[in-house]
Design a protein around this ligand. Structure first.
Ligand code: C5P
Ligand code: C5P
Ligand code: ZN
Length: 499
């Protein structure tokens, strides 16, 4: 195997070839560029980066946002593009469908994706991946071709970012959007939530451009009232304080932290000075170690995180911290407001931003209602190796993935971290269930691979639908009458993976 720097060189060489091909073909013929991208934060970031490259070069383009690139989407794209002068770009999906695209799309196209290619079970199938590379590298760019991990070290928007950088070095200002996308895909998986691998190169570009500030900070919301941030922290387990903002208020007051600002509003994490933060950190370490007998080094790894702040965004706004930024994009994508998300990621801070803020409130309420319903009604079912739930008429397919993610990443009592969680929601018009599965990193480390499990379960259940994703997060759709079969097969496969 080549060294990482050689692999990176190969990656950039291929990207440059794709760039030359792209610039030549659009110079020869007046194509309209049609970008198809995924609706989550990474997909919207990817679409915005591509849009921005083309906008800067005065090349006309359109962006279409899809829930997923399924077979019927591909047929539809074929029908709407075959008779026109369109050049197509697929971002944050396309690798998992490359054979279908090759078969069905007559127009020229490119794929910038970070998912495992179609028919590949896991990244260890190196020979098969190399075969695909040889067949497709002229129009298909994917991290696994070069031995990079698309699940942990580079996102769809990151792949588009490297293309942007090949087009013009000045595009390194887009590094911030690529990091927003990576954050949306939960790729800040290094120690204390740092970025690793190719994402780190993007981070270096952002630093060089002086557009990012990295803070070691307490792992709490920066914009919620501090007592609420502490009480409702999704990641800190504080026995006796969780979900009780009155108790956390007393806890903070006892530390001598003044909770009210001059104007009467309650302080947030941002308002604390260095000394107060230090005091709070020590108090939390002490509290957690007494109450839950966890090793202090483990506590610190969870309690202190890298915070990535965008220097050119307003302090305290929903876009200043990349993690709030990606949440904002997600809220747009998942409430049928994807174009607002794209506009924001492309730089609109006026109309689109105002609308997005309003929308964010609805989105948060929607998620909260769904989570409350799941907890109060005891919706989660358990098999030997998996857990699952049905969203019924309470959770739409647009947010089933987000809810499943929140449940698995949150420290809630109702979800077991040692079993993957499958959520499904109805897609009435097709008679199908949309499936979203998530696994906690602790079992991914032990060999759980949901992308592989879903692809195998589809075959075992005699289904031809496309599916896949990453080891910790994967999805597909399944006919209503097949759901029992499918989940049973998932259960079997996960059991095998655990052994
Ligand atoms: O299609 P894409 O790769 O962009 O989407 C990955 C999805 O999986 C994101 O919505 C992300 O939030 C979710 N995810 C997760 N837990 C992980 C990794 C990804 O919930 N550990
Ligand atoms: O839709 P959901 O958020 O559950 O998707 C989780 C991951 O699985 C994402 O990376 C998504 O792109 C991928 N996925 C896929 N093929 C599907 C459905 C989801 O690759 N048919
Ligand atoms: Zn992605």
């Amino acid at each position: 195997m080549n060294s990482a720097s050689e692999k990176f060189k190969d990656f950039i060489t291929d990207l440059n070839k794709i760039k030359d091909y792209f610039l030549k073909i659009i110079d020869e013929k007046k194509y309209l560029i049609k970008i198809y991208t995924h609706l989550d934060a990474d997909g919207l970031s990817a679409g915005a980066i591509l849009g921005k490259i083309l906008y800067k070069k005065n090349i006309p383009f359109q962006i279409t946002v899809l829930k997923q690139l399924e077979l019927d989407n591909i047929t539809k794209i074929h029908n709407e593009t075959e008779s026109g002068d369109y050049f197509l770009i697929f971002s944050d999906f396309g690798s998992g469908q490359y054979l279908e695209l090759q078969k069905n799309i007559n127009n020229p196209f490119l794929i910038f994706d970070h998912h495992l290619p179609q028919n590949i079970k896991n990244k260890e199938e190196i020979d098969k991946i190399q075969e695909i590379y040889k067949d497709t590298y002229k129009w298909h760019i994917n991290p696994y071709f070069y031995g990079f991990d698309g699940s942990t070290e580079i996102s769809g928007s990151g792949m588009c970012y490297f293309f942007a950088k090949c087009i013009d070095k000045k595009n390194t200002d887009l590094s911030k959007i690529a990091l927003v996308g990576a954050n949306g895909d939960v790729q800040n998986q290094g120690d204390n939530k740092s970025f690793i691998g190719l994402n780190q190169i993007i981070l270096d570009d952002a630093k060089e451009n002086d557009i990012i500030e990295i803070l070691d900070d307490i792992n709490l919301s920066r914009i919620k009232p501090l007592n609420q941030a502490l009480a409702y922290s999704p990641e800190l387990n504080l026995p006796g304080l969780n979900k009780d903002p009155n108790k956390t208020l007393k806890f903070l007051k006892r530390l001598g932290i003044l909770m009210e600002k001059g104007d009467g509003s309650i302080i947030t994490l941002i308002d604390l000075n260095k000394e107060e933060k230090q005091k709070l950190t020590s108090a939390l370490i002490e509290y957690i170690s007494i109450k839950s007998n966890i090793d202090p080094s483990e506590i610190i790894n969870k309690l202190i995180i890298k915070r990535y702040l965008l220097k050119d965004e307003k302090i305290g706004s929903d876009l200043h911290d990349i993690s709030d930024f990606s949440n904002m994009l997600n809220s747009c994508g998942r409430t049928n407001n994807a174009s607002i998300g794209i506009a924001i990621a492309m730089g609109d801070r006026n109309k689109a931003y105002v609308q997005a803020i309003k929308n964010l409130e609805n989105y948060k309420r929607m998620l909260l209602n769904a989570l409350t319903w799941i907890k109060e009604e005891n919706i989660i079912k358990e098999e030997e190796f998996i857990q699952y739930f049905f969203g019924a008429d309470k959770i739409s397919e647009n947010i089933i993935g987000t809810i499943t993610s929140m449940l698995i990443h949150d420290d809630t009592e109702i979800i077991k971290k040692n079993k993957p969680l499958f959520g499904y929601a109805i897609r009435m018009e097709e008679g199908m269930y949309k499936i979203s599965s998530r696994a906690h990193e602790s079992i991914v480390e032990k060999g759980i691979n949901l992308s592989e499990a879903i692809r195998e379960a589809l075959i075992l259940s005699n289904l031809e639908n496309l599916g896949g994703g990453h080891p910790p997060a994967a999805g597909t759709k399944v006919p209503i009458e097949k759901i029992g079969d499918f989940l049973e097969n998932c259960n079997k496969i996960i059991g095998r993976q655990l052994k």
